[in-house]
Unconditional design. Structure first.
Length: 202
């Protein structure tokens, strides 16, 4: 984008440009802060923090390039890992809006995905402080959650232990998906979550 187009964009929407600039600066500041305070959090390039996310726990959290965190109905993204081996991975160009992630083993989200105010948990119950890491998976019914690329998860949805969502899936608002495997381009809804239709023709 050349200089004249940048100036035209700023003049067209100065408030939006200011909000974007603040999000980029906040993202740089948080990335620098976490480098020293949260060594197991790894952030890619172009991180935009429209709100302050909360990261807790002893596990690893990795964000790809150009990930954006935004507020949804007053809620900020909140990621918690319950064991040192826990791993949350979010691909590049994702937008997380009020998303809650509870990870005991593994939660992976592909690229270009949009996740609204929803809950993702890879265990049926939270581990107790006295649980040993080696036995947490068995005690808590833990199974990895895998979400593909270009996935849209609407608000108030629950993605639970063992769920696999293929690329280009759409999860309807209020859906509860528990341990199901959805093929790519599935429109998922209901409780329990099931395939209702295709998101688009092949």
């Amino acid at each position: 984008m050349n200089r004249s187009k940048i100036v035209a964009k700023i003049l067209q929407n100065p408030r939006g440009t200011w909000i974007d600039a603040v999000a980029i600066m906040r993202g740089h500041a948080l990335k620098l802060l976490w480098r020293f305070t949260k060594p197991k959090v790894h952030i890619g390039k172009g991180f935009r923090a429209y709100v302050y996310p909360v990261f807790e726990g002893p596990g690893h959290i990795t964000l790809g390039d150009r990930v954006s965190f935004v507020r949804n109905y007053g809620k900020c993204p909140y990621f918690v890992t319950h064991t040192p081996e826990a791993r949350i991975v979010i691909g590049s160009d994702g937008v997380m809006s009020g998303l809650r992630i509870s990870c005991t083993q593994s939660v992976e989200i592909g690229t270009n995905s949009v996740l609204a105010n929803s809950i993702i948990a890879d265990s049926e119950k939270l581990p107790a402080a006295t649980d040993q890491s080696a036995t947490v998976a068995a005690l808590c019914g833990t199974k990895p959650v895998l979400i593909g690329s270009h996935v849209w998860i609407a608000m108030n949805s629950y993605i639970m232990s063992g769920t696999v969502l293929g690329d280009e899936c759409v999860v309807a608002s209020g859906a509860v998906v528990f341990g199901a495997t959805m093929e790519p381009r599935s429109l998922v809804g209901g409780n329990p979550g099931r395939k209702l239709a295709e998101t688009r023709a092949p």
